[in-house]
Design a protein around this ligand. Structure first.
Ligand SMILES: [Zn+2]
Length: 261
């Protein structure tokens, strides 16, 4: 058995060229850059996972004694284990329509999966929380687009109902934002929603406990790092990719995060 697998979770927001008047151009990555980054990881031997797959593979390596874990690893999941020790998970926060219109074809062409964290109260709407901060209007994914992505193999996660800073609202309100986003997406899509991402990466111990209480299996933050043995699944670190992450910077980020985190 391979003793020390590496799991890297990448964080993206929007795929496409950023509009000239974008206030947060960092949130965009062009299709060309996205394609080059995926190809680089593939050529470097990375296997791409959804977050639920990451949890299963992680459990297999690090919690492996549990027979229930072995049971979950039957069939096609077995292919994720054999001879593999480098894993990448592409995640998109917010649920921008550009992930569907520009990102999905790049992922499909490369045969890779990933996960989208959707703001459940804004399905088919706009990025209201960002517009308040002076950002351009950006269309959000619609229900049929989410379903199409699920059919392709993309995992859908929850990102609250309205994208608040969870540490700055009451625990009752925070729990409602977290739990309702899970329930709304499950009812709409007819699948389990297993993972969560904290809006703005804003969390504390209390908020993380609320996410656990709502029934999620894990949650992503925005701090830099990789998933290692003994990780707290409710504070999963990621590697943020931005519009100015050129190919050299991308390779350096991946190299550094493996070495130092
Ligand atoms: Zn967000």
């Amino acid at each position: 058995m391979i003793q020390n697998p590496k799991f890297i979770i990448l964080l993206y927001h929007k795929i496409g060229k950023y509009p000239q008047n974008a206030k947060f151009p960092g949130l965009y990555v062009t299709e060309e850059d996205f394609d080059r980054q995926i190809k680089y990881l593939k050529n470097s031997g990375y296997t791409f996972l959804t977050l639920s797959e990451l949890k299963t593979v992680y459990d297999y390596y690090f919690v492996g004694a549990d027979p229930a874990v072995k049971l979950r690893l039957t069939g096609s999941l077995q292919n994720l284990i054999n001879g593999k020790n480098k894993y990448a998970t592409i995640t998109f926060d917010d649920g921008s329509k550009s992930v569907y219109s520009n990102g999905l074809k790049v992922m499909a062409a490369n045969g890779v999966s990933g996960a989208v964290f959707m703001v459940s109260g804004l399905i088919g709407g706009f990025n209201d929380w960002d517009i308040k901060n002076g950002e351009n209007r950006d269309e959000m994914l619609a229900a049929d687009e989410l379903k199409e992505m699920i059919n392709y193999g993309i995992e859908i996660g929850a990102h609250t109902k309205t994208h608040p800073r969870l540490t700055r609202i009451s625990p009752d309100k925070a729990f409602n934002e977290i739990a309702a986003s899970k329930k709304d997406l499950e009812n709409l899509l007819g699948i389990n929603i297993n993972f969560f991402a904290y809006p703005y990466g804003d969390f504390n111990e209390e908020v993380a406990a609320l996410v656990k209480k709502a029934g999620f299996l894990g949650a992503c933050i925005t701090k830099t790092g990789i998933v290692k043995r003994g990780v707290d699944f409710f504070t999963l670190k990621r590697v943020a990719i931005r519009h100015n992450t050129d190919f050299f910077k991308f390779k350096r980020k991946i190299f550094k995060v493996k070495l130092f985190y």
